[in-house]
Design a protein around this ligand. Structure first.
Ligand SMILES: NC(=O)c1ccc[n+]([C@@H]2O[C@H](COP(=O)([O-])OP(=O)(O)OC[C@H]3O[C@@H](n4cnc5c(N)ncnc54)[C@H](O)[C@@H]3O)[C@@H](O)[C@H]2O)c1
Length: 323
């Protein structure tokens, strides 16, 4: 298999103003992509996440990728070679608007696969999620683990993955799936009901309010620093065969209680931590197998959890004007 390299390619990042997408954009620019183009409806993403990239010549289109014509226009206008699909609605949003969250995850990918089937671009890297697995039936969870989604967000992710694999079987598309576990780091949303636990805890401490844990805090997640994810995806890119899926994880399992306490310690917070009722459909345990990833690309970048937390604290402080 010979895939076009990132260097000198024209690349579209769908949902590229978001958390992971914007870090990927920065790394694609560092890898000397010819042109980086972003489509994002700014549902959660922000133009600020792209400040650096826009200064370096990236182009942002604020538009809805569920709209086939919006995508067709951009892909034709720039003669796109490679597409990374990072668009999604947040998991928490699926508790408020379950059907819409499901459909965004499915419709954006459907549009991309239909365009790829018509040879509008060459290669598609689609972002799945460890949420597609649901709670672990066995650990560590490898790529053959059954998909038992607990939320409509996860059901949308799982459905999208199956759709991609069927398009590859039917039409020989050069499309593949990367499946990250829990990401954390700068640019993760910390506002409102859709905030991630790490930035939310940091914000609460900065605001002088009390950090919280839902349930007993023993739920575990495999945390991976967002820049490590972007780095690993670009290492996977040249070698993963079409139709394949690979976990993006560093096998760094941490329970939520430890996560909140690590944030509190690194901010020298000495107050209490509130215990709240468990969230419905919260997966209990997530430990990803790194075997397939390691077989594909060898050892990968692994930012120590405490360093990643400190970088995240610095970023939240900067954005909130606390530093
Ligand atoms: N953050 C994590 O921990 C994590 C873990 C596993 C998988 N993932 C996956 O990685 C990808 C990126 O996640 P993220 O954390 O950066 O999420 P994010 O919400 O920060 O980014 C998603 C982006 O998609 C945009 N978007 C939503 N609907 C759109 C639409 N219709 N048209 C155009 N843009 C739209 C949003 O505005 C946002 O900028 C997603 O596929 C997600 O499922 C994330």
């Amino acid at each position: 298999m010979k895939r076009q390299s990132i260097k000198n390619s024209t690349i579209l990042i769908v949902g590229g103003a978001g958390f992971i997408g914007s870090h990927l954009v920065d790394q694609l620019i560092a890898e000397e992509a010819k042109q980086v183009v972003i489509i994002d409806n700014l549902f959660i993403g922000t133009k600020d996440n792209l400040n650096h990239a826009l200064n370096k010549g990236a182009i942002l289109h604020v538009d809805n990728a569920e709209n086939q014509e919006a995508l067709t226009y951009i892909i034709e206008k720039y003669d796109i070679d490679i597409v990374f699909n990072c668009a999604t609605k947040p998991l928490n949003y699926s508790f408020m608007n379950p059907a819409n969250t499901f459909l965004t995850n499915v419709l954006v990918l459907k549009n991309l696969l239909e365009l790829q089937r018509k040879n509008s671009f060459q290669t598609l890297c689609h972002f799945s999620s460890s949420e597609a697995y649901g709670s672990a039936q066995y650990q560590p969870m490898d790529e053959g683990h059954p998909l038992i989604p607990l939320t409509t967000y996860a059901a949308g992710k799982a459905s999208a993955d199956l759709m991609l694999q069927s398009y590859v079987r039917m039409f020989d598309l050069d499309a593949f799936i990367v499946r990250p576990f829990n990401n954390y780091g700068p640019r993760q949303n910390f506002e409102g009901e859709m905030a991630g636990v790490i930035p939310l805890t940091i914000k609460k401490i900065l605001d002088g309010s009390t950090p919280e844990i839902h349930g007993d805090g023993k739920q575990t997640r495999d945390y991976i620093y967002v820049q490590d994810t972007a780095h690993i995806v670009l290492k996977v890119f040249p070698v993963i065969p079409p139709g394949e899926c690979v976990n993006i994880t560093t096998d760094q399992q941490t329970d939520i209680k430890t996560v909140v306490e690590t944030v509190a310690d690194s901010m020298k917070y000495k107050g209490t931590i509130l215990k709240r009722t468990a969230r419905k459909a919260d997966v209990q345990s997530h430990r990803g197998s790194v075997k397939k990833l390691a077989d594909m690309v060898g050892q990968t970048q692994k930012t120590p959890f405490k360093d990643g937390i400190l970088n995240t604290v610095d970023w939240v402080k900067k954005v909130k004007g606390n530093s």
